[in-house]
Each structure stands twice: as C-alpha cells, then as structure tokens.
Design a protein around this ligand. Structure first.
Ligand code: GDP
Ligand code: MG
Length: 179
C-alpha cells in the first residue's frame, strides 16, 4: 500500500472582542459542539484544540480564548504571541461592541504583528430582531480593513464551522505561498 503522510499543520488562533459578545461560546460550539445558554459567562477555559481536515491536509488548531481579561483591557502579550490567526467578534445586538472592533484590530497588530490572518464575526445572529448593526455596514467595514466577515450564532451553530474553516483555509494558503 502506498501511504502518503501529509504534513500536519498547526496553527494558533486567538479570539478577541469585547466581553460577552460570545467568544467562549463560539469556541465551545466549534471545538465541542456545545452551547451554554446560562447568563453567567461560560467557562473560563483558555485553550481548546481541534483537528480538522481540508482536502488532504490535516490541521491542528489551538484556539485560545480569554479568561475574561478583555473586560479590564488587560490581555497579556503571550496571548498574542505566535498567533497566526485571529477571530475578532462583535455582538450584532450591541453597537458598542462593533465600534470597538477597530481597537481590537490595532491591539492585535501592535501586540501580535501585521501578518496575522483576521476574520471578523458578527455573533448572535439568532437575535435578528434585536440587530443594531446592519449587515451590509459590517461587510463594508470588513472590506475597508481587508478582512472577511462572517455572521454566526453560537446558539444555533449557524456559520460557526464555516468561519473556522475559512480562517484555516486562509492560513493554509498563506503557508503554501511560503513554499
Ligand atoms: P465572551 O465573554 O465573549 O466569551 O462571551 P460568552 O461566550 O461568555 O457569552 C456571553 C453570553 O452571551 C452568554 O450568556 C451566552 O450564552 C450568550 N451567547 C453567546 N453566543 C450567543 C449567540 O450566538 N446567541 C445568543 N442568543 N446568545 C449567545
Ligand atoms: Mg469568554
């Protein structure tokens, strides 16, 4: 038998965004298929691993999640260190969280570097009737800063896999460009 071992790619992805936008929920939904509807902030874990396959490529993602430090604007620099990708999340029902996206992008680029692949995510799309950010505004803004925009609901799972797969694909593509 001819077994071809593909190289295992490993990427570090960090989640960023204001408190309570759903960063932990998105990570848990993607990595474990779970959702916790309680009012309390979900678990303060900080690190999840998930292996995914794209075509013939196996990819091990380490997804870093804050333990709530974003509330004190005190994310330690090792959180950003060696991150290749970032998922910046806002809550579509809280305009203030969208207004802070640019700050998060700047923070990421000054702490982690300019070369990080970024995806912008509007979460809580199951609450469409409470939406404060028109979808097109978010898409236009994302375009203006050169990043892809996704709409998700950690609650229903809508868009969650797609968003993580998209950033994985972007990271693989970047790697190929280096060979
Ligand atoms: P974080 O502080 O950004 O990590 O946010 P959490 O993941 O802890 O979520 C904050 C709150 O929002 C929790 O009560 C979650 O249950 C809720 N939540 C997170 N994602 C969604 C979503 O997609 N839809 C709805 N309706 N609630 C969500
Ligand atoms: Mg959290």
């Amino acid at each position: 038998i001819n077994l071809v071992m593909e190289q295992l790619h490993e990427y570090k992805i960090v989640t960023l965004g204001d408190g309570r936008v759903g960063k932990t929920s998105l990570t848990l939904r993607f990595a474990r298929g779970q959702f916790n509807d309680s009012e309390k902030a979900t678990i303060n874990a900080n690190f999840f691993e998930k292996q995914v396959q794209i075509g013939r490529e196996m990819v091990k993602l380490s997804i870093w999640d804050t333990a709530g430090q974003e509330r004190y604007r005190a994310i330690a620099s090792n959180y950003y260190r060696n991150a290749q990708g970032a998922i910046i999340v806002y809550d579509i029902t809280e305009k203030s969280t969208f207004d802070r996206v640019e700050t998060w992008v700047n923070e990421l680029q000054s702490q982690g570097g300019k070369d990080i692949a970024i995806i912008l995510v509007g979460n809580k799309c199951d609450k469409e009737n409470e939406r404060e950010i028109p979808r097109q505004n978010a898409i236009d803004f994302a375009k203006s800063i050169g990043v892809t925009h996704f709409s998700t609901s950690a609650k229903t799972g809508s868009g969650v896999n797609e968003c993580f797969m998209e950033i994985t694909r972007a990271l693989l593509e970047k790697d190929r460009g280096k060979i």
